[in-house]
Design a protein around this ligand. Structure first.
Ligand SMILES: *[C@@H]1O[C@H](CO)[C@@H](O)[C@H](O)[C@H]1NC(C)=O
Ligand SMILES: *[C@@H]1O[C@H](CO)[C@@H](O)[C@H](O)[C@H]1NC(C)=O
Length: 393
């Protein structure tokens, strides 16, 4: 067990950096079309599998359909051992969320799953629905399945993916207690150089991972059978197989388990959310400051032009950001408005000359613009003088 920092086990980003990202961007229109086409095919597969009875031609059809829909190509490593039928349990590392398709295609085994799918589709995907209520129930179910089916069972004791660059997750030991012999398989997955999208990325959902399978032209799975291992001590068997698979892939073994990964993902998500809200808070802070500033400017204009509704002043201030310019805009009639019917201090607005007419005009906005303007300038002047205590000038 080496002390590898857990962060090196995963890709934080799915995309390459630098000019290679440009390749992905250039390819993206094709990718999106491919996703749409593949989703359509997936729907057809689902319908066919639900409607037709399970039979060989259907299996073949589904098999090709699934390969196309997820762009999966399966190859064997040139140095692969042969499949040893003495062992009905295959143990593999976990490289993606769709390993089961490749494993099934290559090894005629099924992976226990919780998914309730039409039986034919489930088989073609390499999945076998099983009750996973507890480890013991699952082990019992696997034993029963092996006793009644011609298929073998494949188990990926990491129970989670890594970036397959540094180390494996620590294997769980219970899959090695089902039978005393297992055949290890080392799996690699790669994508074409011209669409360098990683097969996995940290804290992404199943759907996202599948989306990228459909987006890229293809994903190649290369499988390599290793020599069968036998040991009645299941802990020892686990360590041997773990070492075999890690060696075959040029990776290290590690002490990080799937729970460590889950915990690391949880922390990673929290950090993302926190850094988002932090930047959000600073923008909203600046918005608050900004709005206080604007309110102050609205008051300033309103002190000079009390008949102009606040929302009119605000709208213009948001454009001009300048009290003087907004006052000029209003006085020059660039900004039009309906005067406020109820100014806060009517006595100072309605001239004391008793010209109720003009007051009414003001209220209903019926006097001519020139009159209004003249009046307002006059009032503004008076207000200004009063405010600054210049009455004696
Ligand atoms: C492989 O890893 C993926 C992603 O972490 C996970 O969803 C899947 O269940 C794993 N496969 C198995 C058989 O545990
Ligand atoms: C960020 O702020 C916007 C409004 O400015 C708000 O709608 C959104 O919910 C905020 N997001 C978070 C994560 O707080």
């Amino acid at each position: 067990m080496s002390q590898i920092d857990i962060q090196y086990l995963f890709n934080k980003s799915r995309f390459p950096s630098g000019w290679r990202l440009l390749l992905v961007i250039l390819y993206s229109p094709v990718g999106v079309l491919l996703v749409l086409l593949r989703l359509f095919v997936t729907l057809q597969l689902w319908l066919v599998a639900s409607l037709l009875p399970d039979c060989n031609p259907l299996q073949t059809f589904l098999s090709y359909g699934i390969s196309f829909a997820f762009g999966i190509i399966v190859k064997f490593d040139a140095e692969s051992e042969l499949r040893d039928k003495q062992s009905r349990i295959i143990i593999a590392n976990n490289v993606s969320v769709l390993d089961h398709i490749a494993i099934h295609r290559a090894t005629e085994t099924l992976i226990p799953s919780l998914w309730e799918l039409p039986a034919a589709l489930s088989n073609a995907l390499g999945l076998q629905e099983m009750d996973m209520g507890s480890k013991d129930i699952l082990i019992a179910n696997i034993k029963q399945f092996l006793a009644t089916s011609t298929y073998g069972i494949a188990i990926q004791p990491e129970f989670g993916t890594t970036n397959s660059k540094v180390a494996l997750l620590k294997f769980n030991s219970w899959p090695f207690s089902i039978e005393t012999s297992v055949q290890p398989v080392a799996i690699k997955a790669s994508r074409p150089e011209f669409v360098p999208v990683h097969v996995t990325s940290l804290a992404s959902t199943w759907w996202t991972e599948v989306f990228w399978f459909m987006f890229v032209p293809y994903t190649i799975f290369t499988l390599k059978y290793l020599k069968i291992r036998r040991n009645s001590d299941h802990e020892a068997l686990m360590r041997e197989v773990e070492r075999d698979i890690a060696d075959a892939l040029g990776l290290k073994t590690s002490s990080h388990t799937i729970s460590d990964k889950t915990e690391y993902e949880r922390r990673y998500r929290m950090e993302m959310i926190l850094s988002n809200t932090r930047s959000n808070r600073s923008t909203s802070n600046s918005q608050v400051i900004h709005s206080i500033e604007i309110q102050r400017m609205v008051r300033q204009v309103s002190e000079v032009l009390p008949l102009v509704p606040h929302n009119v002043i605000l709208r213009d201030l948001l454009k001009t950001r300048n009290v003087d310019v907004t006052i000029a805009n209003i006085l020059d009639g660039i900004v039009t408005y309906t005067p406020e019917p109820n100014p806060q201090t009517p006595s100072s607005v309605i001239p004391p000359s008793g010209s109720s007419n003009s007051a009414k005009d003001k209220i209903f906005g019926t006097s001519s613009f020139q009159e209004k303007k003249a009046k307002m300038i006059q009032e503004a002047r008076e207000r200004y003088i009063k405010k600054h205590g210049l009455t004696n000038c």
